[in-house]
Design a protein around this ligand. Structure first.
Ligand code: KIV
Length: 266
């Protein structure tokens, strides 16, 4: 089984093969998704929302990321492993960014980092790529900017925003990013950016024209409660299945049906 590298991901754009990325936060999910043949596993800072129960991604720490990336590393044999840099781990200075990205590469086994921002983060992307840390950029709706954006809203609808996103996309490519996530942007703009850039675009809520697609695994499997924005396609409703199983277990134990002879030692 061949290990996927950033070069493979970039080649996929040239060969017009769709890149498929999913998030993972622990060993069992990493193992299952890897065995399915996923191209990229992302330990996203969506960890904060879907696993740690925070309202947004801002409280996620480097310690949280290190802990979860290590677990995912153990299950990830073939996919490219990308780790998110959490809020405030890279924005303050290039030195902070290098140290924290370096920790994720050196101590957790991540093979690339992802960070949010366009033109404003170009110098940080440049600083990381100059020390050979591959960077996936993330523009459009950037959840770490939730307070500035005033909510989770589609970005790039007005002409000024559209121009800004085109400039952001060009800036991250120029700074050395190997790929860029486009989150919640109109499909026509995502298409334009995808045609403009030589690095792959990976869309989430960005329509069908990107070079690849990403979803949060909990959203795809129906494990995110009532959270269901328009761009999410649920491929299973695991929450219902889990609740049915747990309700049956509670009932069996309370009624004395479990454990029975079959599940006991003689
Ligand atoms: O944190 C995350 O899971 C992400 C993806 C949604 C791209 O950034």
């Amino acid at each position: 089984m061949k290990k996927t590298t950033v070069l493979d991901i970039q080649r996929m754009k040239q060969e017009q093969k769709k890149i498929v990325m999913l998030t993972a936060y622990d060993y069992p999910f990493a193992r299952m998704l890897d065995e399915c043949g996923i191209d990229i596993l992302l330990v996203g800072d969506s960890l904060g929302n879907v696993v740690l129960g925070f309202e947004n991604t801002l409280p996620v720490t480097m310690a949280d990321m290190e802990h979860h990336v290590r677990a995912v590393r153990r299950g990830c044999k073939q996919a490219l492993l990308v780790a998110d840099l959490p809020f405030l781990s890279y924005q303050v200075s290039p030195e902070d960014a290098k140290r924290n990205a370096g920790i994720l590469i050196k101590h957790t086994g991540a093979e690339a980092v992802k960070l949010e921002g366009g033109e404003n983060m170009a110098s940080i992307i440049r600083a990381l790529t100059l020390i050979d840390i591959p960077v996936m950029a993330h523009i459009g709706l950037t959840p770490q900017s939730i307070h500035r954006m005033g909510g989770y809203k589609v970005q790039g609808k007005q002409e000024a925003q559209r121009q800004k996103l085109l400039a952001d996309a060009a800036a991250v490519e120029h700074a050395g990013a190997f790929a860029v996530v486009l989150e919640c942007v109109p499909a026509s703009l995502a298409k334009e950016i995808t045609q403009l850039l030589s690095i792959p675009t990976i869309g989430i809520g960005a329509g069908p024209h990107c070079d690849g697609q990403v979803l949060v695994i909990h959203d795809l499997l129906g494990l995110s409660g009532k959270f269901r924005p328009k761009f999410i396609k649920q491929y299973a409703q695991l929450e219902d299945i889990i609740k049915q199983a747990v309700t049956a277990f509670i009932s069996d134990v309370r009624s004395g049906t479990f454990p029975d002879k079959e599940h006991s030692f003689t």
